[in-house]
Design a protein around this ligand. Sequence first.
Ligand code: PLP
Length: 496
Amino acid sequence: MLLTVDRGKPQTLTIQVYEQIREAIWNEVLREGIKLPSSRELAQQSGVSRNIVMEAYDQLLAEGYLEVRPRSGTYVADGASLRHRPGPVGDRGGAGAGGGAGRRAGAGQHEPQSSEYAERAWIDFHASRPATDYFPRHLWGRLAKEACYESPEHSFGYLEPEGALKLRRVLAPYLRQVRGVHCQPGQILITGGATQALYLITKLLTDPQGYIAAEDPTASEMRSIFTYAGAEVRPIPVDDKGILPDRLSRSDSPRFVFVTPSHQFPLGGTLPIQRRIQLIDYARAMNCYIVEDDYDSEFTYDGVPIHAMQGLDPERVIYVGTFSKILSPSLRIGYVVLPQSLLPAFRTSKWYLDRHTSALEQLILARFIEQGHLDRHIRRMRKVYRKRREVLIRSLSEHFGEVDILGHAAGMHLVVRFKQVSFSEALLERIQSAGVLVYPVEQFALQKGAYTNSIVLGYGGLTTDLIKEGIRRMKIVMAEMPEMGLAVGDDHLLNE
Ligand SMILES: Cc1ncc(COP(=O)(O)O)c(C=O)c1O
């Protein structure tokens, strides 16, 4: 059991130790009936005095989380965890209360996780966490005040479902210039993130007889949106450059093909122009759409970002973008650029969903872009992410020797492939019990078995210290597993 204490925090060390153990019990990281280390051992491992651990244990005993078995030791008491309790009718179990990890909900299926909202005690290498510590709070606050005081009165009434014209007017030239997207403000629909855009697209373009062709592996969040919206998803394999268009069916047309051509999620390939053209030809021949999710293309660390596919054929490609990665996922602002013919149906659907996305946030964002802050913020964040990526790669090679890092140097995650390791459920659980969350590529794959030795490591939301600590803990845990044939300190062995 590894605990982390922070002497800079306002809570006492006893409370920090108590809360971490309590949370581990709630989340079944420490399961009922498990024996806890002695107070002396835990104190040594965690770098606190034995008294602190004894006080925390006493509190947990008093509250019924722990029990002392005479002449044996301290154990997690029966009935102390939250997660296995049956939820209310209709609760599928994965998204219950309790905070913490609980991340592997069903093989390959993403369900909303409570950890996404809870304060984290974990070193979480989740791929879609941006650096919230760099959110420009003061600037945003100032712009919020300006937007509130200076916006015309009608901004506080109902908007058009497609969103604030002020935002769409600054977004269109930005997308043209930075991403090569061909669009007028009238083709943009502002949505509650890419999530809502993809839900609307699926609802409007598919029917029970149709299907969606999606890259495999792909983001489990996105795949579960398609499924939840009622569509069948058929996997199309990818290689190190992205989707293989030759593998699309010529006899049975999908309603759309879902792709991440700038930075394939999760493997990181950038789709070459030949394949982009093949996809456009396919969409024209089969009379379907390409849905392009351009989720993190602003952050490239090698060369210049390649323009979006949408510019090749704005009538066939539906372009989806988001401010979740560039700024913050809590803003819930994304957008979809549509062919003119699809707009009326999307407007109507958006109206029924939520009338429109919150106006004030859109007006603040419009000012942020208009005044040049977005460009500056992206330049700044590129440096932050480049550094975090470098530290991650360095830590991996320090602890594991040469490892294969897959994909283009971009975004805020990478995939690391080990030569001799299979990320079994047991290994992942051991890593998790050291307070570290990593994500096997298999979790994102529909066709299982091809990626058992690879994991996705998101570095966007972790400080360099946490990145180093996370990889250090992962190494310790892996070295402790006898089947790895490693001892702590045997760096480089995993990949020899
Ligand atoms: C592939 C992909 N696209 C887009 C997003 C962003 O979604 P949203 O804009 O709804 O926050 C994510 C985040 O998980 C993602 O993994």
